[in-house]
Design a protein around this ligand. Structure first.
Ligand code: F6R
Length: 607
């Protein structure tokens, strides 16, 4: 979604800003712009891509302080005028903003009544006018005055032609990082825009502001009292972010192929072969606390939610603790009863998803314990939780999530193992699962090696306008994730259904034009599943069956995709991978832009 960059230092700001914006492109956006302070304030902004902005850029746009933005439209369509930065009536103030102001309509009316002419449809423009109209003498004072009037979420950065040495930033619910360089400083909403320059970073907290100059930064609260937020070295490999900016293959493809390595990283140092368990120090829960957990409730959105459903199944099977997953976006609106004996688990790649973050805040407000299963280190959700498990998937920049989903599954398997082993899971079963987890990277390689065949299956499927993905129990969240991937990037309609529910309604839609992708692992439900496949075939529905070698499909005519066997509890991970490849090749076959699916953004930071 929207992205912010800022630069103040000895170099020309404009190229630093546009380069930073290019590194945020993966988040999804529909317009981009920069504001630079030189001899005055210069703003360039365009609907479209960063390359459109570059084409619109005057040859010389000189200045060593500036801010930039990629916008994903919320208030008003994608247009040059609605693009950020927004300016005030004097043309001295420029603002970029992530988040949504709840009282924008009231503020717009108030400004219009005061004779201000608003030129855009955005909520952000009011910020620029409020800063410009403040009587405070310092830029910090002006920003604080403005913040007293606005309600909502924001990560924002402000520059002012009368204060050319600084950027003032503020955060409430939308991430902002300060990057520390040599006599130069950076601002960004995402580490990806900073790592090329620095990995020494300060994370602002909600309610915090900062002044950034070439020589350093200071942080403070809304009453201008100082805070002690310090910069620290983040443990990331900057080269891991490079392919995202330069690679020729779609990033989704590169990230799918990385899964053997990312799964290995999630497991590294966490398995205990001797006692058949996992060690998750980051949870900050001892054996007594783990034993006291009466229920597990997993919260996430989209694919993270489906990974959470796989996780709930694992936890019930291995730990025999009642567990379920719910979309965080629903949970947070239904005034949920928070139970002190329930362990709440927030699952998120970005650690920024607004609905998941707000669910965590609600749980904590009501006295519950929330832990995170998060990929981005130091992200808002990770910081809002009592403890957690970092996924170590490495940066994921494709909108369609792949390696994050599979590492989430592994994270849940580790949690289930540890919860199980402080309860009734035997050491023998624990060892069986540890050995199964260790085999996963090699087995993922094998599934990925079947790409050519999967591409052929995808080519046929991509011709259908509509299809079903079906599975039962362990297979159902796999079907949901498979349908989600296909929808997102191929724009074909794909509906996931429980195999058991087909005959209660959707069977009416089965026909030679509507194929079904069925998840049929070799487990205690195989016979039931094969019976359902016959019901589909009898109605002329084409079938693609993701299964294990030796599963007898009888006389069924079906495209068969076999995945390697592991312990049955771990099946969902290996069954998910072919569906990623099928979605990818279906979308490629249809000629879509894989990394920029229409209407979608990587991190959904709005509610
Ligand atoms: C699907 C996808 C989205 C995300 C969802 C949650 O491919 O990427 O459905 O899974 O928006 O995002 P995170 O995991 O960042 O909270």
């Amino acid at each position: 979604m929207c992205g912010i960059v800022g630069y103040v230092g000895g170099q020309q700001a404009a190229p630093m800003l546009t380069e930073g914006l290019a590194r945020l492109e993966h988040r999804g956006y529909d317009s981009a712009g920069i504001a630079v302070i030189g001899s005055g304030l210069r703003v360039v902004k365009r609907a479209g891509r960063v390359k459109d902005l570059l084409e619109a850029m005057p040859k010389r746009i000189s200045g060593r302080t500036g801010i930039g933005h990629t916008r994903w439209a919320t208030h008003g369509p994608a247009s040059d005028v609605n693009a950020h930065p927004h300016t005030d009536a004097s043309g001295k103030v420029a603002v970029v903003h992530n988040g949504i102001l709840d009282n924008a309509a009231t503020l717009r009316r108030r400004l219009e009544d005061a004779g201000v002419e608003l030129v855009s449809d955005t909520d952000t423009e009011v910020i620029a006018h409020l800063v410009g109209r403040s009587g405070a003498e310092t830029l910090e004072g002006k920003v604080v005055d403005m913040l007293a009037a606005v309600e909502g979420t924001y990560g924002l950065a402000v520059v002012h032609a009368d204060f050319p040495d600084r950027i003032v930033v503020a955060r409430n619910g939308s991430p902002l990082l300060i990057g520390v360089g040599e006599k130069e400083m950076f601002v960004a909403s995402d580490l990806a825009a900073l790592v090329r320059h620095t990995t020494t970073v300060a994370h602002l907290d909600d309610g915090e502001l900062a002044t950034i100059t070439a020589s350093g930064f200071t942080t403070f609260r809304g009453d201008l009292s100082r805070t002690e937020t310090a910069a620290h070295l983040v443990d990331v490999d900057p080269s891991a972010y490079e392919y995202g900016a330069t690679g020729a293959e779609p990033r989704m493809y590169t990230e799918m192929l990385e899964q053997p390595a990312s799964v290995e990283r999630t497991l590294r140092g966490r398995l205990d072969e001797r006692f058949g368990t996992a060690h998750l120090g980051g949870l900050r829960m001892d054996a007594r606390e783990l034993r006291a957990v009466q229920r597990v409730k997993i919260l996430g959105c989209g694919s993270a939610y489906y990974a959470g459903q796989m996780g709930a199944q694992l936890i019930e099977e291995l730990a025999r603790v009642p567990a379920d997953a719910e979309a965080a976006s629903e949970f947070r609106y239904r005034d949920a009863v928070i139970d002190p004996d329930t362990l709440y688990v927030a699952v998120s790649q970005s650690g920024e998803t607004a609905d998941t973050l707000l669910a965590v805040e609600e749980i904590r407000r009501k006295g519950g314990r929330a832990v995170g299963l998060v990929n981005v280190v130091g992200s808002a959700i990770a910081r809002a939780c009592d403890g957690g498990i970092y996924l170590h998937a490495g940066p994921e920049t494709a909108v369609a999530s792949t390696k994050a989903v599979t590492t989430m599954f592994v994270g849940f398997a580790l949690l289930a193992l540890q919860l199980g082993r402080v309860r009734d899971l035997s050491v023998a079963d624990g060892k069986r699962l540890v050995a199964g987890l260790q085999q996963l990277p090699g087995q993922i390689e094998k599934v990925l090696a079947d790409e050519d065949r999967l591409a052929r299956v995808a080519a046929t499927l991509s011709q259908a306008q509509s299809m079903f993905f079906v599975g039962r129990v362990r297979g159902y969240p796999v079907a949901r994730e498979g349908a989600q991937k296909l929808k997102e990037i191929s724009y074909r309609h794909a509906e996931a259904y429980q195999m058991s529910e087909l005959k209660h309604g959707p069977l009416a839609l089965i026909s030679p034009e509507v194929p079904t992708v069925a998840i049929v692992p070799d487990d205690e439900l195989t016979d039931r599943n094969v019976a359902a496949l016959h019901e589909i075939a009898a109605r002329g529905g084409p079938l693609v069956v993701v299964t294990h070698e030796d599963v007898d499909l009888g006389e069924l005519s079906a495209e068969r995709i076999d995945v390697p066997r592991n312990e049955k509890e771990l099946d969902p991970l290996l069954l998910t991978i072919p569906l990623q490849l099928v979605a990818y090749h279906a979308a490629m076959n249809l000629g879509h832009d894989i990394d920029r699916p229409r209407n979608l953004a990587k991190s959904v930071t709005v509610e």
